[in-house]
Ligand binder design. Sequence first.
Ligand code: NDP
Length: 292
Amino acid sequence: MTSPVTVIGLGPMGATMARTFLANGHPTTVWNRTPSKAAPLVEQGATLAPTMADALAASELVVISQTDYQAMYDSIGDADVKGRALVNLSSGSPGELRRAGDWARENGADLLTGGVMVPPPGIGRPGSYVFYSGLEAVLDRHRGTLAELGDTTFVGTDPGLSMLFYQSQLYLFWSTLTSYMHAAALLGTAGVSAQQFRPFASTTLEALTGDGPMGFLRILTEEIDGGTSPGGANSLRMQAVGADHVVEASHEAGIDTAGPRALRDLFWRAVDAGHGDGGLSSVIDVIRRPAR
Ligand code: NDP
């Protein structure tokens, strides 16, 4: 007999999670602010809890997937969470997650926070993974069930860490793809299609993560953790001038310059801070110290 699970929140994510638990044979109880959204799940065998108290009483494991952390407080209200393992997979700021950890402890519940690294169709599929942080004992108790959603990657006992990892991944994802869009728009002004550019972009992206001379992810990692940033033949000053040229090229082409200007400004702030003869990794120094 598989263990019971309660799912709170039936947006695209929560509904897919509930379906996944049902498909794996768990007695699944669901609760949603708008109860009508539970109808398709009830048809598939889920139980719709009439009240939050019923939802919490049905299972020790309570998986929450809502727009934000405020929704959890709004939904639970003063219902008794004592003894429950709350696994909140909603987005929020790391500070909100830490406060939620305190709130859970004060109310006798265990909180595990999580950031899901796939969209709804990816839940439970190969390649799906979730960053978890907070009370590892919850993960140890329910790893088998939670692994049905995706690989369980525990990143630390600080409840805010799961979101820091999640948001760091999102930032990397969005900024890389937005840079690609900028490059495609810039080339597009000269009649070059994205398809023509794509092989070159692929070569760069693959090389960045490789072990060759362009393996900058490895090189930067060593320099960031080692606190060094040798400029050599590629000084940051030279690269800042190059970044100026990307801004000018974008301006001349009549496209938006916000992305390149942000990059150029960071580079020059690092040069002004004394890193002109250093390497690219010295830019982290100004990222760590926000502009006044
Ligand atoms: P939404 O972010 O739109 O969440 C919808 C759910 O939140 C619904 O169940 C909704 O209830 C509920 N909700 C919102 N506000 C409240 C409130 N004040 N009180 C009670 N319930 C509330 O949809 P998703 O399912 O897509 O996302 C869920 C979480 O997963 C989000 O935090 C999102 O950032 C995260 N996420 C989403 C991904 C995606 O691709 N969709 C990928 C990775 C993470 P109701 O139905 O009544 O409106």
